[in-house]
Design a binder for this molecule. Structure first.
Ligand code: NAP
Length: 320
């Protein structure tokens, strides 16, 4: 049996997007021994955003660049960093929360979950089969492969419209397929999309199948107005139909809403003592860089107060 290295912290943050880095800055500045752990490279979802123009102080900034600034800021306060960690087990029930990897056991007085969310799937025939062969969830990663091609973006939110606009830099035509008449995206983004000559909206339609031989060739739609089946020829399909929370590893241990987002109170306290959640992973009315960063600050402040008031609990745990 391997003797695993035990590492002790006051505050461990899971996830390194805006919520995670913001929490790390506030926790470290509050004097907590802080670590930030991610199963991926650092930066979270915004690292894939080409342009962010609603984070105050930056009228236009590339998402990757903004997240680099978050990380550099966190580094300044000596936060311990563990990117690309494969987590085997998470135990939230004891006073010291535990995160176990193949060779380490991280133990912490408090845990802030800032693991964000991932793109939701359409769950239609052909979606899995053609993933990376025409089905993509990242226009910035794959857009350049569609030079002079025809692609379809699914969804009517900010992500769908912004990514569709981005794809017009490469593709000769971009369909936006949305299931109803009204769009969900912000007015400014809708206005930009409505004047782009390469964009064509297909409203009140839902995709029911993606077809092709070796790669995507056709998207089959159900026209909801006429209840008829329609076929469009496309080289790529980009679903942007919202997010589902990254809660693997602690799903059964915390109270979640019907869509799986973690329930918190205004202090970012979850249903488990000493465990806080911040950013897109929690049940929140707005998922933006600024709201995630704000959540992170509140969660770290709550973690600091929790340690102050539960000191005796940890003394006995650390002696045992
Ligand atoms: P979203 O706002 O939840 O929009 C999802 C869209 O997909 C909606 O239009 C929804 O239709 C549609 N949809 C959902 N399930 C579907 C299905 N099964 N089939 C077909 N269509 C479906 O998601 P998002 O655009 O990914 O944005 C997520 C969050 O990130 C939002 O809070 C958004 O504001 C934020 N965001 C912000 C920025 C920015 O500020 N720069 C950029 C990107 C995202 P309905 O409208 O009918 O529900």
């Amino acid at each position: 049996m391997i003797n695993k290295e035990e590492l002790f912290y006051d505050c461990i943050i899971l996830g390194s997007g805006p919520a995670g880095f913001s929490a790390s800055i506030y926790a470290a500045r509050a004097g907590l021994k802080t670590a930030i752990i991610d199963i991926n490279m650092f930066g979270g979802q915004p690292s894939n955003y080409l342009e962010i123009e609603n984070y105050p102080g930056f009228s236009l900034i590339n998402g990757f660049e903004l997240m680099e600034k978050f990380e550099q800021h966190s580094d300044k306060f000596g936060v311990c960093k563990f990117p690309m960690v494969e987590i085997n087990n998470i135990n939230l029930s004891n006073p010291l929360k535990e995160i176990e990897t193949s060779d380490k056991i991280f133990k912490s007085k408090t845990l802030i979950i800032a693991t964000g969310a991932k793109p939701k799937k359409l769950n239609i025939k052909g979606e899995n089969e053609f993933q990376s062969r025409g089905v993509s969830y990242c226009a910035i990663c794959d857009g350049a492969f569609y030079k002079d091609k025809v692609v379809a973006v699914i969804g009517g939110g900010n992500s769908a419209l912004e990514e569709a606009l981005y794809l017009t830099k490469f593709a000769k035509k971009v369909y936006i397929i949305h299931r109803r008449e009204g769009l969900r995206a912000e007015k400014l983004v809708c206005e930009r999309a409505s004047v782009n000559p390469k964009l064509e909206f297909i409203l009140c339609a839902i995709p029911i199948e993606i077809k092709g031989t070796n790669k995507v060739e056709k998207l089959i739609l159900n026209d909801l107005n006429t209840n008829t089946i329609k076929e469009i020829e496309v080289d790529g399909v980009f679903p942007y139909i919202g997010l589902s929370p990254n809660t693997d590893g602690f799903n059964a241990q915390l109270k979640q809403n019907q869509n799986g987002f973690i329930e918190t109170d205004v202090n970012m306290q979850t249903s488990q003592e000493g465990v806080f959640a911040a950013g897109d992973v929690r049940n929140t009315p707005l998922r933006q860089v600024i709201t995630a960063a704000s959540d992170g600050a509140i969660a770290a402040n709550s973690a600091s107060k929790y340690i102050e008031t539960h000191d005796s609990l940890f003394k006995s745990e650390l002696k045992a």
